[in-house]
Design a protein around this ligand. Sequence first.
Ligand code: NCD
Length: 314
Amino acid sequence: MQTKHLLGIEPLHPHQITEILDLADQYAQSNRSKAPINDVLGGCTQINMFFENSTRTQASFEIAGKRLGADVMNMSMKASSINKGETLIDTAVTLNAMHPDLLVVRHPHSGAVDLLAQKVDCAVINAGDGRHEHPTQALLDALTIRRSKGRLHRLNIAICGDIAHSRVARSNLILLGKMENRIRLVGPATLMPSGITEFGAEVYHDMNEGLKDVDVIMMLRLQSERMDGGFIPSEREYYHRYGLDTAKLSNAKEGAIVMHPGPMNRGVEIDGEIADDLSRSVIQEQVEMGVAVRMAVMNILMRSRREAAQEAML
Ligand code: NCD
């Protein structure tokens, strides 16, 4: 894969997605068996810049970098000069002058990470920008599905809940569509983005109908921090109509898997018992695959960076 950054799923070809997932699968194996791992990021400096809260994404980028031998620095963006009025670009250019090899960036504004990538020399990975994209989340979801279902094509997949505010939904919609799956979006009309039919997904406002015979159920959090008004009557009413409980789950295929990117609000979008039921829920496996996928992405980007540098010297 000859590419400088990972800013979104949009520009990736299906064969590149498969290449990342194949390598990630190998890392998943060695992470489980604690087998020694090649220091492919030895001598590389990785800076994590998270302008929004994060638990699993930031932790897994840090663990992934360290497992591959990188020097990892977590910038505390709350304590940075951004709060003294420095722009995002000035901060990025300042860090760039210290010659990092990799920036991992999460930002509340859609498009901010793309803009930043244009101003720096190192590789940039988008760890979530506003409502736009969260490519490594979609890749780890894809790997989890492939490992559970044995394939990543011709599956019926329901993405449920707050689609409008979700970069996870957007990146998944693009990735799973590229791999030729049938995707249903399930949620209230107020939480569906406009122009959603362009993506070729079927839209359902009734959860029981939307979940009929699906292989995969992907639940999303109500992202109230991105809402500027009342999108739902109440959390109680929302749970009643759209929360995943045993009755609604019974519409899905036997053996359907339940996913959630986290953080999860138990009793709002999902019943806690379903989330914890390891015969249905693959939520912990998603977290595990997060480390493997991020190791694969960083390995591929750093390899392609080294190859580009060698070509430039010839
Ligand atoms: C998601 C995110 O930040 O976009 N979480 C994650 O990365 N695991 C989803 C969310 O915040 O609901």
